[in-house]
Design a protein around this ligand. Sequence first.
Ligand SMILES: Cc1ncc(COP(=O)(O)O)c(C=O)c1O
Length: 459
Amino acid sequence: MNGQVHPLESEYRAFSPASAELADRAKKVFPGGDTRASAHYLPYPLSIVGAQGCTVTDADGHQILDFMNNFTSLVHGHAHPDIVAAVQTQVALGSAYAAPSDHQLELAELITSRVPGIDLMRFTSSGTEGTTMAIRCARAATGRQKIMKMEGGYHGSYELAEVSLVPIPNERGDLSAPHSLAVDNSFPDSVLRDTVVCPYNQPDLAGALIDKHANNLAAVIVEPILGSMGMIPATLDFLTVLRDKTEQHGVVLIFDEVITLRNSMGGMQEVHGIHPDLTCLGKIIGGGLPVGAVGGRADLMQLFSPEAPRPVMHASTFSGNALTMAAGLAAMRCLQQEDTDRINKLASRLRHGFNHAFEQSGIRGRAMGAGSLTNLHFLDQPAHDARDAMQGMMAAGHMTRLLHLAMLTRGVMSASRLMYCTSTAMIEADVDAAITALNESLAVLRPYIKKERPELLIG
Ligand SMILES: Cc1ncc(COP(=O)(O)O)c(C=O)c1O
């Protein structure tokens, strides 16, 4: 738009003057006004002053339906009464003891009883720390260095966990042997060398890569649904090959279920009937407070035991803190199979309605995902891997950003990459409101798509 503000951005600015003012203040203390990359978007994010159930209130007083749920972690939405009560009680008893507590034990008992691949576990303060400790455990167990991760996979805020997060077309190499790409200029060469990048949902190629690197490979880490690249479910064939090949070569298979535990009581490993050696958890198990966990086969997890000859070192000031444990236990007790079934059904309604909205608008696009997790793609065929997702992103250009802003101004919040998830605080009417907002947003977007990206129109 030649430096001009796009009309849909102007609409957003007119909708959110108080957030704009706070964003200006934020620039004086945070680089670019931002303290968390995933929660930032342009021109500035909405500032939130409170939240209840499935709505957040922004600084200008709008009530906005929250389909982001702090990046899937708030499975009960905001301020669930049982969680509020548990936290209030606990905070008055102290928030962190640096000592075991009953809630810690009860939450671990509940998780190990639900997740089939977890015999023993440890809490961490974040999903990032959980995946870090899983990788260290695998290296200690095998004496090998290399880690295989998926192209487009995300496992937290450190270099290895982000290698080839964004498979840039002219840098990513051939699908059969993708290059290890840094996402910024901070990556040590050693990390890129020690990371084997595997294409997602390509069973034959994955099997061949594991065979090739087996002698040096400590672990394969995989999300059963590729989250950051748009909620692309792994096929059963793909996960089966990963399981068989890692078993054959004595490589540790790690499922990163930080996001996907919300889809079933026992995570996607339960849905597929494939049990990894180690599992990483996070998000929902903290009831809205910072959390993570690593768990798995008893013989592997015993490497963390203080009674082991040379334990894998894991200290961590806030791991298993009493406040998070109280919130997490309340949240997990309130989440039974029927709740999960209900939010999965709501998300299925959402995807159906979203797909219908795209069809009605004549714009190429579709909702992908599984269980309670959904992502919009500007594609007319389902994405199978990160490269497909990239194709949609590149075709869309700034239309993704404009659609996100248009949805916000129509009262629906998602992640800026157009990720939506349902919570137990929602009912069908909330889902239908989001579908209506998408219908309206696509209608306002269509003239700009016609002018700037006509290839996104059908026919
Ligand atoms: C699949 C996956 N693994 C790990 C992480 C890292 O978790 P955290 O942000 O709690 O460190 C995330 C965060 O979004 C994630 O989506």
